[in-house]
Write a protein that binds this ligand. Sequence first.
Ligand code: GDP
Length: 442
Amino acid sequence: AITQNLTEALGNMARGKLSESNIRDGMAQVRHALLEADVNYDVAKDFCDRVTEEAVGEQVLKSLKPGEQIVGIVYRELVNLMGPVDHSIELRRGEMTVLMMCGLQGSGKTTTCGKLAKMLKEEGAKPMLVAADLQRPAAIEQLKVIGEQIGVPVYAEPADRSSPVKVCQNGRKEANRQGCNILILDTAGRLHVDDALMKELIEIDNRLMPHQALLVCDAMTGQDAVNSAKSFNEALELDGVILTKLDGDTRGGAALSVKAVTGVPIKYIGVGEQLDRLEQFHPDRMAQRILGQGDVATLLETATRVLDEDEMARQQQKMLEGKFSLDDFLKAIDQMKKMGPMKSLMKLIPGMGQIAGAMDELGDMDPDKDVKRLRAMIQSMTLDERQNPDRIDRSRRNRIAQGSGTDPAEVNDLLKQFKGMSGMMQKMAGLSATDRFREVQK
Ligand code: GDP
């Protein structure tokens, strides 16, 4: 919604003949869009004041395309609002790097500890997780399960016979013994910021002297997330925030306000429940997404990370030869699915942000559900039919519809679409990968 409202406000400015009063009206609309997205009031006001001041400058008004210039200013200021960010986590030879993870209950702290451990492990580090959340009864067990899934050791002690500081200290010893080089402390959370919680965290902070203290915040809670970041930072001096659940229907306000309100940058974002859904936070990419210009960099990164290159090459070859079948189509869909939910992928494609947003409002248009129907239809075909869809006549079509719980018209649509797509794919297969992405951008 923020993308839609912002692009509308900016679009209005770009269309009309620009004058100082137009710009002020337009920026009032921008401010409204920001507030609606749950951006902190002062942040929204300062932001718009800054953009207005720059935009009413003579050079902008006299320039050839003042509308575009203003979008440029908004983009730059959005990037400044959220950055700069230093993602580095220093590893020193012979020294244990200690990361202290904090957050309120339900923020996604334990899950994020696992995600971070997985990411660091994939980068060649040897992490160990420490179950120092003795507050939430299930947290220890949950961390052990996560550790198992990602193949990272977890240090834990029985909650009733230990203390958080003791667990952390013993965890460090065990990590040294096992030759690990990063210790990730999953500390206690509570429902609200309170003195007892802060006291416990400050004690861990003093005794363990972590290299970084990272706060996990739930983006869905908007301003509450920002306020809790403020309180945590006053007690602990945070090095960074990890904003979770940015995949959901968040209004985006937290992402825009955290740095401006607390001075602490967002370093990572959680974009799904699975343990590989953690990304570095890039203010420029976020600004592009917010302005509905998509995020091709992230799309490409995800693609190279999760897609099976051999399989892609095989499919490309088949397309070139015009042998791409419905079976391959299914495989291609499965590959796409590995990259995440369709809706969130579509938001990364330039120009699609607004459409995906509009789709949220329509509600019944769910690309993932459509994919399920597609799969059901293809799976109800015989192998021969999948290779030679031309052979599918009326009676076969009825059978497929019945087998997949769809109706014949839908099967017909699929076949038509597939035919059209094969033609297009053959054309696209001839282009190089980067050209193909350019094609998508148009
Ligand atoms: P904790 O109490 O802070 O340790 O929270 P948990 O790690 O148990 O997470 C709470 C819930 O949030 C769980 O259901 C997680 O799967 C979910 N969660 C965590 N991170 C994300 C995220 O980035 N996206 C989504 N959609 N869910 C998340």
